[in-house]
Design a protein around this ligand. Structure first.
Ligand code: ATP
Ligand code: MG
Length: 298
């Protein structure tokens, strides 16, 4: 490390976080994804402005923020579907890159489940593998094997209209997991579910995440969900979106349902809610905020 401090670990830890020129500690893994000064304008609308975050391998990071603050825009950039504005810095696996270079390198579950109605569960699940040119037969066999884990045993040959909303979201999730990329972007994957199903899905997702060892970036509007799932919560400001607050969720894993009533959880929740409410109020009072935002493109 080259530090001549006598106070040992504490000082070392402080200098490692404070100085970007210090050599990286051997044990610390470099971030899988880094975003710096990330901005995106759409004509007169600045969706994201100066967003900064670094995501470590294997981390589960949740993102909350008022509607229209640029969360999906951020995901579209990281998924390689949109280029950020000039001056934005994106680094993936330690290398700086354009957004389009990330296309196909991350798995992405967009805000809407986007299942093709004319395809069965299995054939919806294998779409990314098909696009990659992998043999259909092997992909189908793999998808069939994964059905029970995703609570879809026996439903492989059904069509989306024959499934419940929760099942359709699990198919979309299974498709995202089948596309084996280290980084997964999940944009409000449980948005359409009732509270009980949602709680079950959260616990299930943590279990799947533990088994599959991926890095997850997860957008939600639900503060309990953000804290229950995340190693870290990023609260975004009202549009233009930037980081308003980054909060480490130092709660033990595996996490059980009763965690949400613990004083530690409630303490963290208060901090996040305060930050979010301030921003939600800003976005509500902003000019044009009365226009409906439900049809915002993703
Ligand atoms: N392709 C696009 N063209 C023009 N404007 C866009 C486009 N995509 C997003 N926007 C605008 O950028 C802003 C951010 O949109 P975005 O969908 O990223 O918000 P969000 O935080 O995901 O919102 P929500 O929580 O409602 O899903 C909005 O004002 C939206 O209208
Ligand atoms: Mg969105």
């Amino acid at each position: 490390m080259g530090h001549r401090d006598q106070s040992g670990a504490l000082l070392r830890a402080a200098s490692e976080t404070a100085s970007s020129t210090a050599p990286a500690p051997v044990s610390a893994q470099p971030p899988l994804l880094e975003m710096k000064a990330l901005s995106k304008r759409f004509g007169p609308v600045t969706a994201v402005d100066g967003f900064e975050a670094a995501i470590a391998p294997g981390e589960f990071v949740t993102v909350v923020g008022p509607s229209g603050c640029g969360k999906s825009t951020l995901f579209n950039i990281v998924a390689g579907l949109e280029e950020p504005d000039a001056g934005s810095i994106l680094r993936f696996e330690g290398r700086s890159c354009h957004a389009h270079e990330l296309l196909g390198k991350v798995s992405f579950m967009p805000q809407r489940d986007l299942l093709l109605p004319w395809r069965t569960v299995i054939d919806n699940a294998i779409i990314p593998m098909e696009i990659e040119g992998q043999p259909r037969k092997a992909s189908r066999a793999l998808a069939r094997e994964m059905l029970p884990e995703f609570g879809l045993a026996g439903f492989g040959d059904q069509y989306p209209h024959q499934l419940s909303g929760g099942m359709r979201q699990r198919v979309a999730l299974m498709r995202t997991f089948m596309f084996k990329r280290e980084l997964m972007l999940l944009d409000e994957p449980f948005g359409a579910l009732d509270a009980l199903t949602r709680t079950m899905m959260q616990r299930w997702l943590l279990e799947v995440w533990r088994r599959h060892k991926r890095t997850i970036l997860f957008i939600t509007h639900d503060v309990d969900e953000a804290l229950f799932l995340g190693d870290r919560v990023i609260v975004m400001s009202a549009r233009p979106g930037r980081v308003k607050l980054e909060l480490k969720v130092d709660l033990p894993r595996p996490r059980h349902a009763d965690l949400v009533t613990s004083p530690e959880f409630i303490g963290l929740k208060r901090i996040v809610l305060e930050a979010i409410e301030e921003e939600a109020m800003k976005s509500f009072l902003a000019p044009g905020a009365t226009a409906p935002q439900t049809d915002t493109p993703e």
